[in-house]
Design a protein around this ligand. Sequence first.
Ligand code: BGC
Length: 788
Amino acid sequence: MQHTLYPPSRLGDHPWRIVETGFNAVDYSLNATLFALGNGYIGLRGTFDEGLLGAESDAGCYLNGVYYAEPIRYGEKAYGYARHNQRIAAAALPHELTLALDGQRVDLRCGEILEHRRELRMDEGLLYRRLRWRAPNGPVLVLESRRLVSLTERHLIATEYHFSLESGIADIELASSLNAVPGVMTDSDDPRVGAGIHKEDLVSRYSHASEETLALSHHLLSSGFTLSSAAAHHFDGAPVQFIRHASEPFRATSHYRFALTDQTSVTLTKYALFDHSRGEPVALDNRLKECRRHRFADYARAQTRQMQQFWQTADIEIDGAPRLQQGLRFNLFHLFQSLGRTPDTNIAAKGLTGHGYDGHYFWDSEIYILPFFLYTQPQLARNLLLYRHRILDSARARARELAIPKGALYPWRTIGGEECSAYYPAGTAQFHINADIAYAVRQYHEATGDDEFLRDIGAEIVFETARLWPAIGHFNPHRDGQFCINEVTGPDEYTALVNNNFFTNAMAQRHLHYAATVFDWLQNHFPEQARTLYRKLSLKPAEVAQWQHAADAMFLPFDATQGIHLQDDSFLDKPRWDFEHTPAEHYPLLLHYHPLTIYRHQVCKQADTVLALFLLGEQFSTEQKRRDFDFYEPLTTHDSTLSACAHSIIANEIGYTDKASAYFEQVARMDLDNHHRNTQHGIHTACMGGTWLCMVQGFAGMRQRHPQGLSFRPRLPSGLSGYRFQIQVRGQQLSVRVDERQVQYRLVSGDNLRLRHEGDSVSLTRDQPEASFPLATTATPSPHGAAR
Ligand code: BGC
């Protein structure tokens, strides 16, 4: 594991707040990510309103689902390579507020900072700031602000500023803008960093400024999106004079002036609205008028109410570890802020906090993030899957391009639906994405019982994606006719283009069996819809029989000598990576070695076989899991933040409790402590989802599987004295409490819930809503000591 760059105490250990005190320019971009706010549609990085000299490129405002689509320029092209990259678009910065105090620009790099404090209040959904700043030889300005990206009015960002002086008198000049001036292209060898904006792609549609309002619109030629924004100012307190306005193609600004004494103050509320379309700019004037009827406090109250509702069901409380509690809540908070709320949006690997990975959606959504929403706010999980249904046609077109005659192949990375991965060995070749999405459909249906979804949306996804496997696999005569799938990449991106990746084959097997089950289910329960769908897809029982046959004959590589699953056919033929002589600064390996150097070794970037042990856990004995874990864990660098949570969960299952806790700690504080040293480019949403997985599916051992149903096997992580959470299953709300002595289940709402505790059946009803059991313990020493 990488070392922690920043001492954890840097951000306090308040259970509901992330607190920055003082100012250190070195942390500015990292904090811009950590203090970002979002509402699933808009994301605003936590940069200062007044800016910071030389750090302009740290600012960012993004709209989910809106992107540039520039052609990918390959040196050497080949048939079927992804053609366009979709890159999350930069919206106008809504908060730019250049300030001058008696003619001196307010900037934290100059003058004297007497006090600086920012607080991200996760219970309120607001970012607070307090600055006391003295201009060289000047008076002390006190600037206090509150910012929110509204969870109730999804187009709105509102900020309230309060200006006062500690002594003397001063003139303040204030220039408030909407700023969409194109940034610079970034040029980095790090594939995880997205690039900047192509200036040629932008056309200004209009730019207006007046005494009270600003309006800006620009069009993205490459993708056809038009982004519109408008802002209004409302002043209270000492008199404020409007000086002038200025509009340039990508920036609209209003200039104001006011005088302050130590007896007076000025409060400014700035409302900024955003929208987008595929054609003409969206008129925002009326909506802006409507917003201005409300004070900042109204929006702040509504925001807090939304957050309370969220936490009521989503929170996981833990006792005895404030730093972990803070990290855990931070992660769940950011997931809530990042998740798209409409079927044309999903959740990006970096949320809406940065342009890392170009704002793409990956399998992260279904495998790592969906379960948290599924068991806390299922309608949001549903939305993730509606998005996949919406892009099904693009996935069909992509399948044809790859000579897959029927069905669909989902893109490895995308925003609008088309494959955007320019590096196919670690992109398109990750065919497992089809099985991952089908897995999520099944999970969703099992947890919610939403038959209508499976009938109208899910079934079509499951069938179309299943068609991939017979097209790319074959019954291999050299393996006794077993079904083999060649030339794929599994989750471990340090091993590419292999035959029979265990994860892929096992997930495909599950997928094919499930597709056959859904075929029968639909026919039995909804014969009319089944007929229509089967006609539309030209799906016949013979094809389904072929799915069954492939699933039954699926080849799952196994090494009998060592008793372990093989990550792929060739894994054991490779030499082990020389971990002993790899300097710590050479991690992550991807930044220091050519892919081919990595590919020819036994080295894993992230959980691959270990992840299969979790997702398909009921197929494997505990002893098998232990053998596989013992083999793969020492070969895994965890260079991907997706890795640690899977290791924590399996470590739990096999009784390596200390390891489970050590991995969990990394997961819970991945971004707060910047473990991977790249949080400045955005948060890691999959890892954040992994936090919930570690607690609920890891420590509490929750599983929901057909036909066994809901089950738990709770353990207490070392260092904690208890934890509590709630889940929603098929409309019923269950609370689970674990402490040093016992486990308590309580039916919070619903009539009757059956579950299994440590294998024993428990029934909770309205009359008997509670059941308690002594806490079981199992611990097995791990052969490799604590987590690497
Ligand atoms: C991981 C992928 C993941 C992507 C986005 C990569 O580093 O290897 O599995 O989907 O990051 O989070």
